[in-house]
Design a binder for this molecule. Structure first.
Ligand SMILES: C[S@@+](CC[C@H](N)C(=O)[O-])C[C@H]1O[C@@H](n2cnc3c(N)ncnc32)[C@H](O)[C@@H]1O
Length: 250
């Protein structure tokens, strides 16, 4: 994998959006796989095709700007981990592309693990890509690529602060921001969340989210993120943001 193939901020690869089912995958029962917010009824995923959503909203837009490379250390955080479909899709992509980082950290925080019960069977497409499946919290080794997954039941941003269970020693390269919609669930978007994510992110880090709410875009921009609203045919608008990379050493 050539890591120089990242596109620059504001550009797109020009590739047609990929449809998960056209990859020859088994159709998923999105409603069984997903769950609803107990108060608002909002679904946690696009139940029509949750794999496609994870690919198109979370993983591929991040990969475009900041690909994962063999031999490097790489850390990803999923906020609103739920069943971890975005993180599992990242692991699946690494396997498909035969990318072998020297160390991979996959972290997730899920504030309401009770909402996930009962867990459905793990679909074939994420087999061997979700060692956390069916468990609320813990640490699991990732054997190939080498690394670990850590899931905690502390809410963000507390999990990232002093005494929190997460926080990467060196910072995160990718952040999936996947809380229920800010308009309908302002109580989940705790004060200081975006600031803590900014502190936890490495220079050049990419954050992706399905929400394009103006309040989130403006807040990220004020914190130094370059924010894009991705408009792609056949896909709902999504958000991608990147922290400025470090200037190259002279
Ligand atoms: C849209 S769902 C996420 C779906 C998930 N990414 C998946 O792949 O299954 C949002 C989740 O965020 C969790 N949540 C709400 N507030 C949170 C917070 N402050 N920190 C972490 N998770 C939170 C909710 O319990 C809910 O399960």
């Amino acid at each position: 994998m050539d890591c120089s193939n990242a596109v620059r901020f504001g550009q797109h690869s020009g590739q047609a959006p990929r449809r998960a089912r056209s990859l020859g995958l088994e159709p998923l029962d999105g409603a069984t796989l997903s769950y609803r917010h107990p108060r608002s009824g909002e679904w946690a995923h696009d139940v029509r095709d949750p794999l496609r959503e994870a690919v198109q909203v979370s993983v591929d837009p991040a990969w475009e700007l900041r690909p994962v490379c063999t031999g490097e250390r790489f850390a990803c955080l999923e906020v609103g981990f739920g069943r971890g479909l975005n993180s599992a899709t990242l692991l699946r992509k690494l396997r498909e592309e035969q990318i072998d980082p020297s160390w991979l950290q996959v972290d997730g925080c899920e504030a309401n693990p009770a909402w996930l019960h009962p867990w459905p069977a793990l679909p074939e497409v994420w087999q061997d890509c979700a060692p956390w499946w069916g468990q609320d919290s813990g640490t699991w080794p990732l054997r190939s690529p080498n690394g670990q997954a850590r899931i905690c039941t502390q809410a963000a941003p507390a999990c990232l602060g002093k005494g929190g269970s997460l926080g990467s020693g060196s910072g995160y390269d990718w952040i999936f921001l996947d809380l229920f919609s800010p308009g309908g669930h302002p109580e989940d978007w705790h004060p200081g969340l975006l600031e803590a994510l900014t502190t936890a992110a490495l220079p050049g880090a990419v954050l992706t989210s399905y929400t394009c709410a103006r309040q989130i875009r403006d807040s990220l921009a004020a914190l130094g993120w370059m924010v894009e609203r991705l408009r792609r045919p056949g896909i709902r608008d999504t958000l991608r943001a990147q922290l400025a990379p470090l200037p190259p050493r002279s």
